[in-house]
Design a protein around this ligand. Sequence first.
Ligand SMILES: Cc1cc2nc3c(=O)[nH]c(=O)nc-3n(C[C@H](O)[C@H](O)[C@H](O)COP(=O)(O)OP(=O)(O)OC[C@H]3O[C@@H](n4cnc5c(N)ncnc54)[C@H](O)[C@@H]3O)c2cc1C
Length: 466
Amino acid sequence: MKVLICGGGISGLIGGIVMARNPNISVEIYEAAPEFLPIGAGIGIWIRVWDLLAKLGLSDDLRSKTASATTPDPIDALIFRKSDQPEGVEFYTLVTNGPFITFHRHDFQQTLIQHLPSSCKMHHSKRLSTYTSLPNGKIRAYFEDGTQVTCDLLIGADGIRSTVRDTMLREKAAKHADVGNFEDAYQTLVANQPLWSGTMCYRGLIPMEKVKADIEKGNLTLEECHIQHMGKNANLIVYPIANGSMINFAAFYHQPDKVGSVFEGPWVQNVPKEELQAAYAGWEPSVQKWMKFIENPSRWAIHTIRPLDTYVADGVALIGDAAHAMVPHQGSGAGQGIEDAYFIATLLSNPAVTVRDIPKVLAVYDAVRRPFALDVCRRSHLNGSYYTMNNPDFKYRLAETQAGTPEQEKILKELGVAIKNNWEWAWTVPFDDNMEAGLVMLKRMMNNVGEQSAVVQDNGFVSAVL
Ligand SMILES: Cc1cc2nc3c(=O)[nH]c(=O)nc-3n(C[C@H](O)[C@H](O)[C@H](O)COP(=O)(O)OP(=O)(O)OC[C@H]3O[C@@H](n4cnc5c(N)ncnc54)[C@H](O)[C@@H]3O)c2cc1C
């Protein structure tokens, strides 16, 4: 079986690592960038994703790149503070099983590259321009440099502006239009357009050296690296990366009236520090303290992909951000891409699966992973509404109370519990249950037991409906 992975980001690399271990699969990665530069900010993963990386034998190398613990013991992972006032209030401690394990993104990606088996070649400077389905069921990929490659399965791991998704959805829209179904054709094309979430993220890296003097003087403590500062329309989080040698700074600013509008200008841009400071004017001193370390914040307009009604087409599958780019408020976008890649690669590794069974594998992938990933997208949006005090369950009640009163304290505590309930799937539900549902479904499909579907329960567990 010949598999072509388009995109060598985190999702594509995991696909390469797992598939290349299967002697029946020949897999190659085609990546648009000429090389991966040591730029970027922090990234974190939860224990369910860590367990999966450990299964792949990556844990020792990854552990050497992080100062985070990697065991599932209960830990005070984050302290929530209401910070949009002169004196902030701490209102909740989020206890998780294992911490949010944090890395410099480049260290993380390089570790994956080092674990890519030599049989999985990564081709750089190869930008996919489109693909076509051939009459024999194979897929032909066309690159901007004029070259072509034919494969049995094309995996679109090419991020939020995915060319694979673009081609897939244009083909689907054309099929709808051919039978006069113009509304569905239109909706299919609309779904292809990334949507601005109305949120900006101001990002920067602070060398630990720079904060040392403040720590020594007692102006700052490392515990402050584990605070989620929240307030009206904004939230800020900092955490250590690169083995504790740097601090990742991410300050969000949300404009509710801009949700779903078109963002004019580049999605990522360096901006004057004053813009960041204006978003946090009047916030408590412990927030202002972090601002002083940021010289040139980069401003990211956070975009998402609307829920798609499928992640697959004949011989093609979308994984990671190409399928479900989400707001980053659960620290789970890359984690979901890793799970997608691992899931598909594991199904393909079933010794009974041949090229002929690719449609079954893709049907199972779509049935199990799509509802799950969409649920994580929904939960990420919900966390964002909680962090920025925009959630209607809390917004109006909070507005009616005074800072520091027992009434406000009570509502804030409820807010903390709501965030925990919305997020705890990430450290309580193992990925294995997704995988098992998929393997059971595939086995039954291979035995022609008919159509299958999956259900994501309220607590995040997935079960196959047989
Ligand atoms: C502010 C912020 C913070 C985040 N924090 C976290 C976090 O803590 N934890 C977490 O799990 N997630 C986090 N995320 C989400 C995470 O960054 C993404 O979900 C993840 O990087 C997606 O990986 P991917 O491999 O699917 O896509 P990408 O990383 O976008 O990789 C796509 C690759 O495809 C290549 N490519 C694109 N087009 C083509 C083409 N036509 N042909 C060939 N190659 C192509 C690109 O060059 C790129 O290398 C965060 C996101 C943001 C914005």
